[in-house]
Write a protein that binds this ligand. Sequence first.
Ligand SMILES: *[C@@H]1O[C@H](CO)[C@@H](O)[C@H](O)[C@H]1NC(C)=O
Ligand SMILES: *[C@@H]1O[C@H](CO)[C@@H](O)[C@H](O)[C@H]1NC(C)=O
Ligand SMILES: *[C@@H]1O[C@H](CO)[C@@H](O)[C@H](O)[C@H]1NC(C)=O
Ligand SMILES: *[C@@H]1O[C@H](CO)[C@@H](O)[C@H](O)[C@H]1NC(C)=O
Ligand SMILES: *[C@@H]1O[C@H](CO)[C@@H](O)[C@H](O)[C@H]1NC(C)=O
Ligand SMILES: *[C@@H]1O[C@H](CO)[C@@H](O)[C@H](O)[C@H]1NC(C)=O
Length: 607
Amino acid sequence: MFSFFWVLMGGASLAVSQTSDQSESWCYDWGESSEAVSVLEGEVCWLSCPLFSHPSVYNYTSTQSAGHALFWYRLPHGHALEEPLLLSSRLSKDRERLWLQPAEVMDGGNYICMLRNKSSCSKISIRLTVTRRDNVVVHGDRCQLPVAVATTKAIIPLQVSDTLECPDLQEAAKMSDVGPPNVTWYQRCRRYPFGNSDRQQQGTSLRFHTMVASYQGLYVCTINYSRNGRTLSFTRSINVTAVYPPWVPKEPSILFPALEHVSIVRAGSEVRLLCRGLFPFILRKPLKDMWWTVDGKMLEHLTDHHRFSHTVSEVHEDFGDLTLESVLLVQDFLSADLSREFNCSVRNDRGFETRRVQLQEEVLLPSVELGCILGVTLLLMFSLFIIYHVFWLEILLIYRSWFGTDETHTDHKDYDVYISYVRNSEEENFVLFTLRRVLENELRYSVCIFDRDSLPGGTITDETLSFVSRSRRLLVVLSGDYGCRGSQALLELQAGIDSMARVGNLRVILIQYRQTPRNWPPLRELRRARLALVLIRWKGAESEQLTSRFWKRLRVELPVRRGGAMRKADQLDSENQLSLKETSEQKSLVTTSGEREHEHECSLIQS
Ligand SMILES: *[C@@H]1O[C@H](CO)[C@@H](O)[C@H](O)[C@H]1NC(C)=O
Ligand SMILES: *[C@@H]1O[C@H](CO)[C@@H](O)[C@H](O)[C@H]1NC(C)=O
Ligand SMILES: *[C@@H]1O[C@H](CO)[C@@H](O)[C@H](O)[C@H]1NC(C)=O
Ligand SMILES: *[C@@H]1O[C@H](CO)[C@@H](O)[C@H](O)[C@H]1NC(C)=O
Ligand SMILES: *[C@@H]1O[C@H](CO)[C@@H](O)[C@H](O)[C@H]1NC(C)=O
Ligand SMILES: *[C@@H]1O[C@H](CO)[C@@H](O)[C@H](O)[C@H]1NC(C)=O
């Protein structure tokens, strides 16, 4: 009880000072009260002597009967000496109160009330702040309530009807000398009535027929009354909040951990166990209890209680329903703690719930070792990837030389390679002096070149078809003026593509000796062929070495040339599958025979 006064004294000196009154008695100075009053200029207010805030210490009725008198003094801002008050109809005393009807700006300052009889005296001061009206901004949507207006709180359950009364209406009624006071209600700076008739002013009070969430907020009421022919007023505000109605379940519940939830903990470290409880709103029943037990014992009753501590904090509020979170902190979690029963419990006036926190030890992976293995694996994979990309031709050639099938033993063909090219072009030199030489002399393939190998006197067409069908590969050396100049070259290409599509034992390989013009090739057939067939580019001097990419790629495409024994039929199968697949792709190239004939005409005309 007395603590209030110790708080009051705060930093103020305990010294017993002599009052400015001529009295010789000493007076206990309680310093300045924390119950400061603030008022808007021109409004009514009153100061209650704070000595009577605790009636068991100072009871107004009993002090009067003990011969005490109550005096008021004023200590204006910046003044050292208190001055007696001149009481008037504006400034009047009523029991333990000093009324200002209304307050003026110059009234601001400290007021001292002194309680004294012949042998004892005590005094306390209280601060009054008067806010100038022109410092107050209240307009439009940026509506702002002056801080000088005292605010109270009201709680109205959703879907319930309730009534708001303007605070301190009784005080105004006591002071009014002409009839009862009048009340004006405002919400968001809008004067009553508010939109619909759901909220209705009945006399001085405001009736909510059905509370909804959107009716929450600050309500302001101004009380008018008459006294001595003057209209006096003061303003109060009420912060209205909605809560869940009384008919929804009010038992507390544990939101976390869920029934099936398992917390992973690491032995040897500090472990935080979380519990979240929901406490539904209950009017005037504020009991909310949340605690932890270990093996059914409260934390403070544990032999090792120094290892445990817990905190509770509010995390969420929803129409009065509070969500509280409690964290149990366990220092140096032991493996033995895993088998202990950690329970979180919640309780209010309506119920109780408890839940055990399921614990499981974290499976520790040797992270460093794991990281190393992973790193090495990734590095290895990366290196292989790089090696494959740089040396894939070499790898393919080595693979073929070991496991490839020598087709020359199984197909009854006479030539490995038939070279098709445009006569009298730059490519002709390349074919005769480079391609042929290397293929025949260095790589030891049997090469067929029509102009060299055909016997004079035969039909060109028949002989071409025969040569092409007797070859394993058709090398088509592309040329800028392929289709429309050399009908022989075109014939060879068509024979090759036909044979590839029909029989499937011939492969067509395109070789590009020079960079071809942009809209090249002119033949639709060739254009399609280029998309589906292998194209190997000659890169000038760079390709002259037998170890260059050009020759390696060509060797990969050509039949396996190997001195060793022939492999068995199982490898043959895989090669067959390959050529079958290609065949089906290439079939689609030659189905449109109509176009082909049309283009054939072109070359015939040319020749
Ligand atoms: C103050 O004292 C009077 C008379 O002694 C008593 O009737 C009254 O209940 C007291 N008031 C309080 C609030 O204690
Ligand atoms: C003054 O008040 C005190 C109690 O506060 C009382 O004990 C004392 O008798 C009173 N003195 C006189 C002269 O009435
Ligand atoms: C109360 O007084 C104010 C200012 O004097 C006036 O604007 C308001 O209309 C009055 N309210 C009532 C209900 O008389
Ligand atoms: C209250 O309002 C009534 C009717 O509007 C009016 O007759 C009366 O004088 C008002 N009283 C005060 C104190 O303003
Ligand atoms: C009204 O009360 C609610 C909850 O108590 C609070 O969050 C809000 O800030 C208050 N509004 C005003 C204007 O004081
Ligand atoms: C702990 O909670 C479980 C429910 O999760 C309950 O069955 C058990 O009785 C509780 N233990 C104690 C000591 O309250």
